[in-house]
Design a protein around this ligand. Structure first.
Ligand SMILES: Nc1ncnc2c1ncn2[C@@H]1O[C@H](COP(=O)(O)OP(=O)(O)OP(=O)(O)O)[C@@H](O)[C@H]1O
Ligand SMILES: [Mg+2]
Length: 380
């Protein structure tokens, strides 16, 4: 009996322990499954959240990049991000140099001013947006509009408007001049064919060629109102400058001014791809300025050299020179120190030289003289 009970007990114990092991095993599997599922769900949520954050970050970056305005993101008074336009406005070299800095280092909210990295201040329009951001962290987006740029654009528009008005005016005047010139030319041609008066023939020839030049300038003025394509061709630079010297000599002689020409003979055949009449207009302007600055005996030197594939022309006069404080205004439209000057000569000259892919600069010393340098590409 006892033996049977022991066996029964042992079988029961075996059953219980197998059952326990089985239950534990089943229970463990469930835990493992639960854990694995939990881990999976957790990782999925983590991934989705990261993806959302990443998308938001990319959207934000692209909005900031494409925005037509300078943007800064400020958190607790520190600049945490800024776009390229803001960086350009600050003239800062790297974003990471600006990030983390106190916003008030660059922005004055009371004066609506921005201080560039160089220390220069400019007027700006500021707009703060903090809606939807963590207000308690003092986070806001700052939109900065450069008012300086607006002012420059406005000035440029005004400049072009003035030019177009001037063009119309010039065209009107040119039209009026053309009629008497035509009749003058007709009578001169009549005198020229009159063989009984041979002594005046040489004069009429000069007068006719001068009238031709006036006609040419008048035609230029007539088209000033409308923008005109340049009439560029290959020309010998030497011939252009020589003609200009011949024409301006008549005015120089009045003041006993000599126009000296330094020209390396090897440059005699150098070609320039240009509108020759426009270049003549430039050189006449410069030599006339030199004569008007001298108005007494002296020399104007025209020095021509070649540097690589460019011609360098220097017009050196011994005139009164330009005071330092006036130097900045020279070449701006309507700036003149002459009673009858228009203050357009240098501005138009500079424009023409630029149209020829050249460069024009000036140096001057008050009481000593002025040098005008012109650089033009050679057409070999
Ligand atoms: N060689 C020079 N020496 C001294 N001052 C000069 C010289 N060239 C130009 N300037 C100064 O620059 C100003 C502007 O010259 P610009 O040729 O543009 O106009 P302008 O000579 O005054 O008038 P316009 O050319 O219509 O007769 C002149 O009034 C003069 O003060
Ligand atoms: Mg002039």
């Amino acid at each position: 009996m006892f033996k049977v009970k022991v066996v029964e007990m042992m079988v029961l114990a075996l059953f219980v322990s197998v059952g326990c092991v089985l239950i534990l095993y089943m229970f463990q599997g469930f835990l493992v499954q639960l854990g694995a599922t939990g881990l999976f769900v957790f990782m999925l949520l983590f991934y989705v959240r990261r993806k959302w954050e990443e998308d938001d970050r990319l959207k934000m970056a692209s909005i900031m990049k494409d925005a037509p305005i300078a943007i800064m993101i400020v958190k607790e008074h520190k600049i945490v991000n800024l776009n390229q336009k803001a960086l350009n406005l600050l003239m800062g070299s790297k974003k990471r140099v600006i990030r983390g800095k106190d916003v008030t280092e660059f922005i004055s909210f009371s004066n609506n001013q921005l201080t560039k990295v160089s220390g220069e201040t400019v007027d700006v329009e500021l707009q703060k947006a903090s809606e939807g951001l963590q207000e308690k962290n003092h986070t806001f987006v700052l939109f900065i509009k450069d008012l300086q740029q607006d002012k420059e654009k406005e000035a440029l528009i005004q400049h072009y408007e003035q030019l177009s008005v001037l063009g119309e005016l010039a065209a009107g005047i040119a039209h009026e001049i053309r009629n008497p010139i035509t009749s003058l030319k007709g009578f001169l041609q009549l005198i020229e064919t009159d063989h009984s008066n041979s002594s005046s023939k040489s004069y009429t020839k000069i007068m006719l060629s001068e009238i031709e030049r006036i006609n040419l300038i008048v035609s230029e003025l007539l088209v000033l109102g409308k923008p005109k394509e340049l009439n560029k061709n290959k020309h010998h630079f030497f011939e252009i400058i020589q003609l200009v010297v011949t024409l301006t000599k008549t005015q120089a002689i009045i003041y006993n001014i000599e126009i000296k020409f330094n020209f390396d003979p090897s440059l005699k055949h150098v070609n320039i791809y240009c509108d020759d009449n426009k270049l003549k207009q430039v050189f006449i302007n410069i030599i006339r300025n030199a004569i008007e600055a001298m108005k007494k005996e002296g020399t104007i030197v025209i020095d021509v050299t070649q540097v690589n594939d460019r011609l360098k022309v220097a017009f050196i006069d011994e005139g009164k020179g330009i005071p330092k404080e006036k130097m900045e205004s020279i070449g701006k439209q309507f700036f003149t120190t002459k009673e009858n000057g228009t203050g357009l000569g240098l501005m138009i000259s500079n424009h023409i030289i630029k149209e020829h892919n050249g460069n024009m600069t000036m140096e001057s010393e008050e009481g000593k003289g002025t040098k005008v340098f012109i650089e033009l590409p050679i057409n070999s």
